[in-house]
Write a protein that binds this ligand. Structure first.
Ligand code: PLP
Length: 396
């Protein structure tokens, strides 16, 4: 059997490669940070990590993790409800609820699991899920695992959302689901309008704050802070793998009864291992740091503002953004790849995205800003963008 299958796979892989879509890993030999060292020995400035607050190599988090390694050991060898729950897991769940102004939290091994395990235990075929067309893949997969009726609205389009809400009125329960930040444009959904529509058409609201937690809002509490509606969404999901230290782990936080039901029935929680105590302990430390100082958020916001302004001044076409994601539009797929390759030669590591990751003829470089970036890093990146932009005829 395998010979035939092997032949089939080799052909498919060749097709992926010929279409220029073959993904390779770039090997890094230093800790994650503003400046990283790659396998070739080249040092580059990193503008493509989700390390928004620069916590991936933060000494306070490392110390908290080391301490927990001594006090609680390495692994749990169990799912949560058998013997995989420590005092540190419970403390982190409570801290996350405090952070978002919610009632309770359940931890998962990843946000992919949080989203994969949130719909099926809560909703049935007489219910409706109304989902933004640009929601993350894990939300799409989670919705697929649930028998509820599916409605989709155009990205952040409130007229279309209203239309879908009208169409779903016959269903028993309704939930609107949206990302807090859409990762390719960096835009945020109008949460105030979504909540108004939810009220008008009797729906609940779920927000995936993976790219917005720690980033959006003055104190980084996410889109519910930005729109002054903390505690209004019934469900928030998020990750510990981006701004929150960048290690591993996800969570669902929200109404008490919802979290309680997830502990009874959510399959990735019931059938997958607990996060290690050292990761939970670093998470606790992370939330503590954020309640004591707003330094990192302030620096991230200043960096984002500075970069966007300077890039626009230089003549680049930047998508409107309310996050730490800055999409530099090039439109042409080949150009985006060439642009990223030339930037790497200048010591700037970014990724060029093109169809099918973004719509056809909307190729771009996605820049992700971080509180770890210093002014000199930003200036070096802007200068490199200008140089490559001129070399490739994007700027005159
Ligand atoms: C990154 C991301 C996830 C997945 O988070 P992991 O913890 O890495 O599994 C889920 N949803 C959104 C919107 C994300 O950006």
């Amino acid at each position: 059997m395998y010979t035939e299958f092997q032949h089939h796979l080799r052909k498919e892989l060749a097709d992926i490669s010929n279409a220029g879509l073959y993904k390779k890993e770039r090997i890094i030999i230093s800790p994650q940070g503003a400046e990283i060292e790659i396998e070739s020995g080249q040092k580059v400035l990193n503008f493509c990590a989700n390390n928004y607050l620069g916590l991936s190599n933060n000494s306070e988090l490392i110390n908290a993790a080391k301490k927990a390694l001594d006090s609680h050991g390495y692994g749990m060898s169990s799912v949560r409800f058998i013997c995989g729950t420590t005092d540190v897991h419970k403390e982190l769940e409570q801290k996350i609820a405090e952070f978002f102004g919610t009632e309770d939290t359940i931890l998962y091994a990843a946000c992919f699991d949080a989203n994969g395990g949130v719909f099926e235990p809560l909703l049935a075929k007489e219910d409706a899920i109304i989902s933004d067309s640009l929601n993350h893949a894990s939300i799409i997969d989670g919705v697929r695992l649930c028998k509820a009726q599916r409605y989709r609205y155009k990205n952040a389009d409130m007229d279309d959302l209203e239309e879908q809400l009208k169409l779903s009125q016959a269903q028993r329960f309704r939930i609107i689901v949206t990302d807090g930040v859409f990762s390719m444009d960096g835009n945020v959904p109008p949460m105030n309008q979504i909540l108004e529509l939810a009220e008008k058409y009797n729906a609940m609201v779920m927000i995936d704050e993976s790219h917005s937690a720690g980033v959006v809002g003055k104190t980084g509490r996410g889109v519910t802070e930005l729109f002054n509606c903390r505690g209004k969404a019934e469900i928030i999901t998020g990750t510990l793998g981006k701004a929150f230290g960048g290690a591993i782990g996800g969570f669902t936080t929200g109404k008490k009864e919802i979290i309680d039901m997830l502990r009874q029935r959510s399959r990735p929680y019931l059938f997958s291992n607990s996060i290690p105590p050292l990761v939970a302990a670093a998470g606790v430390q992370m939330v503590k740091m954020m309640s004591e100082t707003n330094e990192l958020q302030d620096k991230l916001h200043a960096n984002t503002e500075y970069f966007n302004t300077e890039m626009q001044k230089a003549g680049f076409d930047i998508k409107p953004t309310q996050s730490a994601i800055c999409a530099v539009m090039l439109y042409d797929a080949k150009l985006s790849q060439k642009f990223a390759a030339n930037l790497l030669k200048e010591g700037i590591y970014v990724i060029g995205f093109y169809f099918p990751v973004v719509p056809k003829n909307e190729a771009r470089i996605r820049v992700q800003l971080s509180a770890a970036h210093e002014k000199e890093h930003l200036n070096k990146a802007i200068a490199a963008f200008k140089k490559v932009g001129k070399d490739l005829g994007v700027l005159n």
